[in-house]
Design a protein around this ligand. Structure first.
Ligand code: COA
Length: 174
């Protein structure tokens, strides 16, 4: 469990299903990650029951009312000691600094509690909020772009940008 000023980051439980659905059944969220029906969420939670727990994957919960407003975590590559950060927040809570608060906590937790030496992330070039979080808030470096990578929600073919922070850079910037 990680505690920040306004948030608790804890493992997701089966009780989070409706809040998870509330996050993912959104047209705004669906522009950048897969929108999910209630049935798809139910199947996802069913599959999760049999999966090993990822210790770096968190439900992001508002301390004030215990509502899960987002997910934030690292998928880690144990063999190469690196991980990929990703996050999604309920669009009714966007632009209040919650992703920044959770993301910083997860980056710090990961570098302080694991042997990972590199965290990376990617996002669509038109995902300006996510790019700002990665570059300005989490202090990752832009490492490059894959041009004409995939189809965007608006039908345009867009590129994907790649970001990363190494352990050395994290130590130097903290
Ligand atoms: C990306 C996402 C998680 C950000 O969550 P959030 O809680 O709103 O993020 P924060 O409030 O911490 O920071 C967002 C920053 O981007 C800025 N921003 C938002 N929309 C923007 C836009 N269209 N252009 C430029 N900046 C923008 C905000 O103003 C804020 O910066 P500020 O605090 O300096 O004002 C959220 O938009 C989301 O869930 N998107 C859909 C899922 C997704 O894209 N996940 C990442 C896949 S790579």
């Amino acid at each position: 469990m990680i505690e920040t000023e306004r948030l608790l980051l804890r493992p997701m439980t089966q009780d989070d299903l409706e809040d998870f659905y509330d996050i993912f059944n959104s047209d705004n969220v669906g522009k950048f990650v897969n929108k999910m029906s209630h049935e798809a969420v139910e199947k996802y939670f069913e599959r999760k029951k049999n999966r090993p727990i990822n210790p770096y994957s968190f439900a992001v919960v508002l301390k004030e009312n215990n509502k899960m407003i987002g997910t934030c975590g690292i998928v880690y590559d144990n063999d190469n000691f690196c991980g990929e950060i990703s996050y999604v927040f309920n669009d009714r809570y966007w632009n209040k600094g919650y992703c920044t608060e959770a993301g910083k906590a997860v980056v710090e937790y990961t570098f302080e509690n694991s042997k990972m030496h590199r965290l990376e992330a990617d996002c669509a070039e038109n995902n300006l909020a996510s790019a700002k979080v990665l570059l300005e808030k989490l202090k990752m470096n832009f490492e490059g772009k894959i041009k004409n990578y995939c189809k965007s929600y608006d039908g345009n073919i867009i590129g994907f940008n790649f970001y990363a922070i190494t352990r050395d850079e994290y130590e130097a910037k903290k």
